[in-house]
Design a protein around this ligand. Structure first.
Ligand code: NAD
Length: 255
């Protein structure tokens, strides 16, 4: 769909790899000028930026001062952001017996506070451009169970609540706020650092629980972000779209 986002500026947080990179590519292919954000993975971000003809901007989204500085740089280079994709996230699996406060606060900082800080920083841009926010939550946030993800799920449930309430708070401004709850997508987050056997066993686990009998690809999420950022979804606000290949254990859930 080349051209449908012509003239728009998009920020995709955590877009040096994985879902974020696929989102940056999809938005750029549709005509948006894309600001690529990274915290540690500069190399990955520079590669994404090269692919999309944009620039990489450093900010740890869990730090308000970083997000503020990044916003100043983006305003200077590209102008107002009218598409904000809160994609950056971290998953530290832990069960009750191995609870780790430091890792918990890191998940809270990145997954929950990241979207808060970017929204606060780009609120004027979004309002004056009748822009949109797309938050990447997780099906964990609507209750899909996977071992060790209880605390991660809490942070993603917060993203869903933030999506709905922000849509409400911005009533009448023309800003749309929606959210995607992906199922299991093969990225560094889910397969990084694991042995081939572990990866294959995990794939099979999720395949067998998915009506489409395959695991997710970053592009499966990116195409839905593109939909939510485009006029094709112009009458959707405050919604959560589950993109999980039809998980059998979710088919009776409502969100
Ligand atoms: P990933 O680990 O490949 O990518 C996450 C990106 O976020 C990385 O580029 C990382 O460097 C960046 N990031 C981490 N902390 C950051 C910070 N403080 N500031 C800026 N950037 C930061 O994982 P992914 O699978 O591509 O995940 C993307 C999003 O999708 C995350 O929010 C994740 O929780 C969510 N998600 C993923 C899956 C999945 O199965 N892969 C499922 C549901 C939801």
């Amino acid at each position: 769909m080349p051209g449908i986002l012509d003239g728009r500026v998009a920020l995709v947080t955590g877009s040096g790899r994985g879902i974020g990179r696929a989102v940056a590519e999809a938005l750029a292919a549709a005509g948006a000028r894309v600001a690529v954000n990274y915290s540690r993975d500069r190399e990955g971000a520079v590669e994404t930026a090269e692919r999309v003809g944009g620039r990489a901007y450093h900010a740890d989204v869990s730090k308000r001062e970083d997000v503020h500085r990044m916003a100043e740089e983006i305003h200077r280079d590209l102008g107002k952001v009218s598409i904000l994709v809160n994609n950056a996230g971290v998953l530290y699996p832990m069960d009750l017996e191995h609870y780790d406060d430091k890792l918990m606060w890191r998940m809270v900082g990145v997954n929950m506070m990241g979207p808060v800080y970017t929204v606060l920083e780009f609120l004027d841009d979004l309002r004056s451009s009748e822009g949109c926010v797309v938050n990447i939550a997780s099906n964990a946030g609507i209750g899909t169970a996977a071992p060790g993800t209880t605390f991660y799920a809490m942070t993603k449930a917060a993203v869903i609540a933030f999506t709905k309430r922000l849509a409400f708070d911005l009533s009448g401004t023309g800003v749309r706020v929606n959210c995607i709850a992906p199922g299991w997508v093969e990225t560094d987050m889910t397969v990084g650092g694991r042995s081939q056997e572990e990866v294959e066993a995990t794939r099979e686990h999720f395949r067998s629980r998915t009506t489409l009998r395959r695991t997710g690809r970053p592009e499966d999420i990116a195409s839905v972000v593109l939909f939510l950022a485009s006029g094709a979804s112009s009458y959707m606000n405050g919604q959560v779209i589950v993109v999980d290949g039809g998980r059998v254990d979710n088919l009776s859930h409502s969100v």
